[in-house]
Design a protein around this ligand. Structure first.
Ligand code: ADP
Ligand code: GLC
Length: 477
């Protein structure tokens, strides 16, 4: 049995801004089911949704800050979550990365370097928790200093650094570096220095014993200039210690047969009942309640990564077809405004909900016929997994984890019953529109469509295999 410290800046259902939270809230459970002793550590943000018991465990002092470590459990499980309580940094309104007005925290470097230091102390059994890690599993830049700091220690745990997104790197100035009192030995291009900047993510990439990404395809992509953001050389240099493990999903939370957030439960043998969700979705958005019209859904952060510009540019043409399109998301204000305007222009066809709404996310997964993800890059992507489980066929760009998890409805894939969605290659309005048209055409053929839905719903996206792959990896370190 390994003792694993899982370091993450967000974890569902306590706090979530994106897919990292889904992973941090489900992979540790799967590891615990494989008999591992796994503990999660996250900052104690003001916005945490804590409903279980929270107890005080210990206090420590780092860099002149007084810190308490509190303990709770992942709701509904025995998995221990340690909360790093440093009110100066974390007991403030906002999300992990931005203040309540949406501006990035000015003290991000200080917030997360403190978090990393506490994770190091905890992993080395110096936090009075009577527990020493064998493996520290870090995730994304917010935890990137941990592998770097641990290289300075003897008798240290092994480190794994998982890249969920190369686009966010945690870059700060040299002055920040020295203000943070970080050790001088790590200020070099082999560790935390990146073109005279402090790079948190580089700490993970350069110093962890092993690096993973959240899909095999993305592990290859980030070794190229297009996806590597200047770190492709280092990633390629370390390719023997780099691999991709596809994310699983929480198959209890995302289960159309039992989901309490949808209008009508259904399963692979009762697909007709899915229609109840479509009607509820149409009602929710005040769209005409038409059972036969193809309904396309999209949920996501409204940022460049997700290809939102392509969606906006294609909506005019798309509304020439008999479709309805519903979108739930929040992000860049420019995208939000343009999408809202399109919904005013086409009130019978386009509906937009700006904000973060988990109930509505489930209803869209259940109620739409197709789910659009035209991402410019996508390390793994979870919504295409959820949508396949809900028999809502994804239309995706062939990139990252989307390419690894969706099988295009080409004739031979339809024939051998592997087809589970629609895939296009080029990041262009033309390519996307052609593929949506292809999906609309196939939608008219009810028998084939149902077969595709069943192919998608039968796929195993549970954590079982991927958690085992992480465990196998831990065992090699
Ligand atoms: P990313 O992590 O890049 O945002 P993923 O597809 O991995 O993309 O995960 C996004 C997760 O966040 C999914 O669980 C998705 O349903 C959820 N999500 C994104 N935006 C919203 C929103 N506006 N309301 C509710 N859930 C959202
Ligand atoms: C990131 C990626 C997304 C991935 C998620 C969880 O936010 O953008 O593709 O699914 O992390 O690993």
């Amino acid at each position: 049995m390994k003792k694993i410290l899982f370091v993450s800046s967000e974890v569902q259902p306590l706090i979530k801004t994106g897919g990292l939270a889904d992973v941090a809230g489900s992979l540790p459970i799967a590891l615990a089911e494989l008999e591992q002793d796994v503990r999660i550590i996250i900052p104690k943000y003001q916005a945490l949704k804590l409903d279980g018991e929270v107890k005080y465990r210990c206090s420590l002092r780092i860099n002149n800050y007084d810190i308490n470590i509190l303990e709770t459990r992942l709701p509904g499980t025995d998995v221990i979550v340690w909360l790093v309580d440093c009110p100066e940094f974390f007991d403030v309104p906002g999300n992990p990365y931005t203040d309540e007005f949406g501006s990035a925290w000015a003290n991000s470097a200080a917030r997360f370097s403190l978090f990393c230091r506490v994770a190091v102390e905890t992993s080395q059994n110096r936090a009075h928790l009577d527990w020493k890690a064998d493996i520290v599993h870090c995730n994304d830049w917010q935890s990137g200093l941990v592998p770097a700091l641990l290289t300075l220690e003897s008798h240290r745990p092994s480190t794994v650094f998982t890249i969920h997104n190369m686009a966010y790197q945690g870059l700060f100035s040299e002055t920040d570096y020295f203000d943070l009192n970080l050790p001088g030995q790590l200020w070099n291009p082999g560790a935390l220095e990146f073109h005279s900047l402090l790079s948190f993510i580089k700490g993970g990439i350069a110093c962890a014993d092993h690096i993973t990404t959240v899909s095999p395809n993305y592990a290859l992509e980030i070794q190229t200039a297009e996806y590597g953001y200047g770190l492709e050389g280092l990633l390629h240099h370390r390719h023997h210690e780099l691999n991709g493990i596809i994310n699983g999903i929480d198959i209890d939370v995302w289960n159309p047969e039992t989901d309490t957030r949808i209008a009508q439960n259904y399963g692979i043998d009762s697909l007709a009942k899915k229609a109840g969700n479509k009607a509820a979705l149409q009602q929710h958005f005040s769209l005409p309640v038409e059972p036969a019209i193809p309904m396309i859904g999209l949920i996501g952060r409204l940022v460049d990564q997700k290809g939102i510009d392509l969606v906006i540019d294609c909506l005019d043409s798309l509304t020439n077809y008999p479709i309805q399109f519903v979108l739930l998301g929040s992000g860049e204000k420019g995208f939000e405004h343009r999408l809202k305007n399109l919904s005013y222009l086409y009130p019978d066809k386009v509906a937009v909900s700006i904000g973060y709404n988990e109930d509505l996310a489930h209803l869209i997964e259940a109620g739409a016929d197709m789910f659009l993800m035209p991402s410019r890059f996508e390390p793994c992507g979870l919504n295409q997994l959820y949508s396949q489980r809900y028999g809502t066929l994804p239309i995706v760009r062939k990139t990252g984890g989307l390419a690894d998890t969706v099988v295009d409805a080409l004739p031979h894939n339809i024939a051998d019953k592997t087809a589970s969605g629609f895939v296009f290659e080029e990041a262009s309005v033309g390519a996307m529109l052609e593929t949506i048209k292809r999906a609309i055409l196939l939608y008219a053929n009810k028998r084939t469509w149902q077969q595709l839905q069943k192919n998608a719903m039968r796929k195993d996206f549970s954590w079982r295999q991927s958690a085992q792959q992480y465990l196998d990896l831990y065992n090699t370190l």
